[in-house]
Design a protein. Structure first.
Length: 185
């Protein structure tokens, strides 16, 4: 029996605003987004002991986040999952296992502020370049709308803080919306 695949999610941010997220492997291959992101992250691990490439860890973490595993707790259970393996570029049946929680955790905490800054520039150029081409370089006004949203935490989670506006301990991820000239969002 076939099942429907959820290729996009819609988040209702406010009564007037929604955010749509699409998870498209072909688009990632075309934009080389995860490859470019991984190239911004220096790998200081001993090459003789590396079992999972930075790009694979990044892809696995992105797929985990997209599937609702914010903390990476499901990683050990999904090491042989035939639906997650292709997202990392492995054969669903005979491919190597995916990373467990400890390598993913070390991967996330090893990122330096300099690497985060580099990823920001890379993401910005990846998002803006197709619009620059589409508008033939004529975009006299680019509006960047930055909106934080609360992601409540429970217990003593690393890097969580108390936010008085939301009256809770939380992470506060920042979302960005780009508008070119007077086009709709």
């Amino acid at each position: 029996m076939a099942t429907a695949c959820i290729t996009q999610l819609t988040f209702k941010c406010s009564p007037k605003t929604t955010t749509e997220a699409r998870f498209d492997r072909a688009r990632d291959a075309r934009l080389q987004l995860t490859d470019r992101l991984a190239a911004c992250l220096p790998d200081r691990r001993n090459p003789d002991k590396v079992r999972h490439a930075v790009r694979d860890l990044l892809r696995q973490r992105i797929v985990g986040l997209a599937c609702g595993d914010e903390e990476g707790h499901d990683a050990a259970r999904l090491v042989d999952d035939p639906l997650h393996k292709p997202a990392v570029g492995r054969d669903p049946v005979s491919g190597d296992t995916l990373a467990r929680g400890p390598p993913l955790s070390r991967f996330e905490t090893a990122v330096s502020p300099r690497a985060v800054y580099g990823r920001g520039w890379m993401l910005a150029s990846t998002v803006i370049a197709p619009h620059r081409h589409r508008l033939k370089g004529r975009a006299p006004r680019l509006t960047i709308d930055l909106d934080p949203t609360d992601d409540p935490t429970h217990g003593q989670q690393e890097l969580a803080f108390f936010n008085g506006h939301y009256d809770t301990w939380c992470y506060l991820p920042l979302g960005a919306t780009l508008t070119f000239n007077d086009e709709a969002d």
